[in-house]
Write a protein that binds this ligand. Structure first.
Ligand code: ADP
Ligand code: ADP
Length: 229
């Protein structure tokens, strides 16, 4: 479902006189349906950069990234957006807070976008918020007022509201207590059972081992100091 071949990435550092930062060289990996693969490697190894390239935040300069059969390298922005809406779930490290939108609607929105009836979407959102221990008194409030942990759980609920065939998880268990961490690991297992191909970054090795089938070390794709500014 995720097929990455010979992907290279470099940044032009405009604030450093246009110096080139080579981050990744000939990265290759595949994630099959029903499988969870963990990206590992030291800070700065390019884990987030690769995730952002799959999400379409960062352009792919070189190689091929195919997600659910769609080629992202060189793709038009509208094709990337169409892929996101229909196939890709993404849990980023932090909630991209949408001001004034109640938590329930933040979580239900990806389903509504899929054409699911609004009442049904809100009922599913309520069930997921309950599972993630967000009290009902908060559902009508904007998550901008929530604690960091509550925001992260709203973010997770939004990511898991739909059985996406492909999911990207960036530190989904960071800042969660043991109870909620266990809920998230269950959500990941259920997504795998539904056939999701999952690529994740987990600093928590116990969480990683609990749900991931294998690891891919980004260090092997780091260009040996060449071009580093
Ligand atoms: P990791 O997630 O493994 O910690 P990152 O993907 O965040 O690593 O970063 C890899 C390298 O790319 C780092 O050296 C980082 O500074 C650099 N980098 C990431 N994003 C940008 C950007 N937008 N512009 C310039 N350099 C970037
Ligand atoms: P956004 O998602 O906020 O629209 P992106 O995630 O696409 O933006 O890319 C910008 C991100 O890259 C910002 O989060 C910024 O902090 C990060 N970034 C920029 N330069 C660097 C760098 N040198 N090292 C690591 N991260 C960087």
């Amino acid at each position: 479902m995720i097929e990455i071949a010979d992907v290279g990435k470099r940044f032009v550092l405009h604030n450093q006189g246009g110096a080139i930062l080579d981050v990744m060289h000939a990265a290759c990996l595949n994630v099959r349906a029903g499988e969870c693969v963990a990206l590992v490697g030291a800070s700065g190894a390019g884990k987030s950069t690769l995730m952002r390239m799959i999400w379409g935040n960062y352009r792919c300069d070189q190689g091929s990234i195919r997600v659910a059969g769609v080629e992202l390298c060189g793709a038009q922005a509208r094709d990337v957006l169409a892929l996101r809406r229909s196939r890709l779930g993404y849990v980023s490290q932090f909630l991209r807070v949408i001001p004034r939108v109640p938590a329930l609607n933040v979580v239900a929105e990806p389903l509504v976008v899929q054409g699911v009836d609004e009442d049904h979407a809100r009922a599913q959102a309520a069930a997921l918020l309950t599972r993630l221990n967000i009290p009902q008194r908060l559902w009508a409030l904007s998550p901008t007022t929530f604690s960091g942990g509550e925001q992260q759980r709203v973010n997770i609920a939004r990511g898991f509201i739909h059985p996406w065939p492909v999911m990207l998880l960036d530190e989904p268990t960071a800042s969660l207590d043991a109870v909620n961490r266990a809920v998230v690991l269950d959500l990941i297992r259920e997504a795998k059972t539904h056939g999701a191909a999952i690529l994740g970054i987990f600093h928590d090795a116990a969480a990683r081992d609990a749900v991931c089938d294998r690891e891919v070390d980004m260090a092997q794709f780091t260009p040996a100091a060449a071009g580093a500014a």
